[in-house]
Ligand binder design. Structure first.
Ligand code: BLA
Length: 508
């Protein structure tokens, strides 16, 4: 049976019915703050308290007044932010132990989670953030920034391996920076298929920016009762202690990873990537250090955003000035139609290409590496099916237009700018094939299997490096090139219009 990305995305990971055992969870109905859910491990943290005894009690009877007060206030913030909010170092009973709390709203219930505080742990968090703020601001490139961030994160949290994992256009991902303990395998540069982190998990990581799994071999603790008054299991989507999908647990075991921390990296409201940390032994981080790691992720996200915007802006303004030069050089009597060669350098300064051509009045004139003559008519017919009022661009023409596989070496990428409304005229940029070797962390075609007797999904066992040769792909057109192409389209239409007016007036 073939297993697809959709199969993986079906698992309701937000309602596992259990939590990880390193903390406790309470769910209270509102507005009366009566305990409606409790994790089966409360007696481990609160002496002499049995889980069932708590159900139905008011939170005031369970926790000290000061803690209840702080929790109530923090729930207000959580309701506004739609996220889980943290509270550090609070008492849960009359004893001396202190806990780090998170509070959020789920299905109308207030969900409170608590993990033991670690004295002094906050200091490391400050180090982490200070290091980032100071040094990272001064790094020029994104890749240097990411490597420094991985090193900084590893130095403070002590994980064996800290990776910056970046999502690509097809939701696969790549390890783009890494810091490892000497002797630990490197995953730098490896690609992983989209199914490794399915859609519902990516959606959760957008809302819940930090996930800690201190020990993959944990015994899950049930949340009692299994279903609430509405007959539904408690939604643990925003719960820090949420039990991890068994498929993912198996995945980590297959990778020989015993503990992880994952922090989301956002660009706008999109999940740009993850900081993914691995350890070969159980590894726990205090709530204070988790807060710092979460903030570190947010600061790094902003730094990535700033740099990517700067790069984009730089490319755009270079292209924009080439665009202006081109238009001031062109007159209605002398356009790209009359003399493409004269304008080729200016065009390529805007949008780099291996071949440049104009298709006008059923004829192609061009220069550089172009598709073979006999393929042109068919290619133009294919382009003719696309809307005339926008540019068309692909870096893998053969995927959309099968005959292109025959001339992939000459033109795997095409950017077509329609420059007249009635007749089918185009300015065409071509890019040759760039044969790529993608190094996957395990064969992506065998990323998952289904157990035919139980119907359950399993991740792959082997993460052995697997090389794939990708053909029929050109260097992708960047978003700034596409924006420039669109402005060029509008400007050329204008020039073409003036040219036809001129020709018409001369005929009279
Ligand atoms: C979750 N998979 C994840 C997560 C990562 C990865 C980072 C986030 C959860 C976490 O650890 O905190 C994948 N981890 C990686 C990758 C690297 C890494 C790519 O270190 C690279 C170095 N996984 C599968 C298959 C399925 C699957 C076949 O391989 C589905 C059938 C599912 N992965 C899966 C699920 C989750 C997940 C369901 C969510 C786990 C959870 O949050 O409960």
């Amino acid at each position: 049976m073939s297993v697809t990305t959709i199969d993986c995305a079906q698992e309701p990971i937000h309602t596992p019915g259990t939590i990880q055992p390193h903390g406790l969870l309470l769910g209270c109905t509102l507005p009366d703050w009566s305990v409606a859910h409790v994790s089966g491990n409360v007696s481990k943290f609160l002496e002499g308290v049995a889980p069932v005894g708590l159900l139905g009690q008011s939170l005031d009877q369970v926790l000290p007044a000061e803690t209840v007060h702080a929790v109530r206030n923090q729930l207000q913030t959580a309701m506004l932010s739609g996220l889980a909010e943290r509270l550090d170092c609070l008492a849960l009973d009359g004893g001396t132990r202190r806990y780090d709390l998170t509070v959020h709203l789920a299905g109308g219930l207030a969900v409170i989670e608590a993990v033991p505080s670690m004295p002094g742990a906050g200091a490391n968090g400050v180090t982490l953030l200070r290091g980032l703020a100071g040094r990272l601001r001064r790094t020029a490139t994104v890749s240097r920034l990411l490597t420094l961030a991985a090193q900084q994160m590893r130095a403070v949290t002590g994980y064996d391996r800290v990776m910056i994992y970046r999502f690509l256009h097809d939701d696969s991902g790549e390890v783009v920076a890494e810091a490892v303990r000497p002797g630990t395998d490197s995953y730098f540069g490896l690609r992983y298929p989209a199914t490794d982190i399915p859609a519902q998990a990516r959606a959760l990581y957008r809302r819940q920016p930090l996930r800690l799994i201190p020990d993959v071999d944990y015994v899950p603790v049930p949340v009692l009762p299994g279903r609430g008054p509405d007959g539904q299991p408690l939604d643990l989507g925003l719960a820090a202690l949420r039990s991890v999908s068994p498929v993912h647990i198996q995945y980590l075991r297959n990778m020989n990873v015993r503990a992880t921390l994952t922090v989301s990296l956002m660009r706008g409201d999109k999940l740009w990537g993850l900081i993914a940390c691995h350890h070969s032994e159980p590894h726990y981080l205090s709530g204070a250090l988790c807060s710092a790691a979460e903030l570190f992720g947010q600061m790094l996200s902003l730094q990535i955003d700033v740099r990517e915007q700067e790069q984009e802006q730089h490319r755009l303004s270079k292209a924009q000035s080439a665009h202006d030069r081109l238009l001031s050089a062109m007159s209605p009597r002398d356009t790209v139609f009359e003399d493409l060669g004269r304008y080729a350098d200016m065009l390529n300064a805007m949008i780099a290409s291996d071949g440049l051509a104009v298709w006008s009045n059923g004829q192609l004139s061009g220069q550089g590496v172009l598709p073979p003559d006999e393929a042109i008519a068919e290619l133009i017919a294919f382009l003719g099916q696309k809307p005339v009022d926008r540019i068309y661009a692909t870096s893998s023409l053969a995927e959309h237009f099968a005959p292109a596989a025959r001339f992939a070496d000459r033109a795997s990428g095409v950017l077509a700018i329609p420059i007249s409304r009635a007749a089918q005229d185009y300015l065409l940029f071509f890019r040759r094939e760039v044969i790529q070797t993608v190094t996957w962390g395990g064969n992506p075609d065998k990323a998952m299997q289904r157990d035919t007797s139980t119907g359950q999904l399993h991740p792959r066992h082997s993460f052995e490096v697997w090389r794939e040769t990708v053909r029929c792909h050109a260097q992708p057109w960047t978003s700034s090139e596409l924006r420039v192409a669109e402005t060029l389209r509008v400007a050329l239409l204008e020039v073409v219009l003036r040219r036809s007016e001129l020709i018409a007036s001369e005929r009279q």
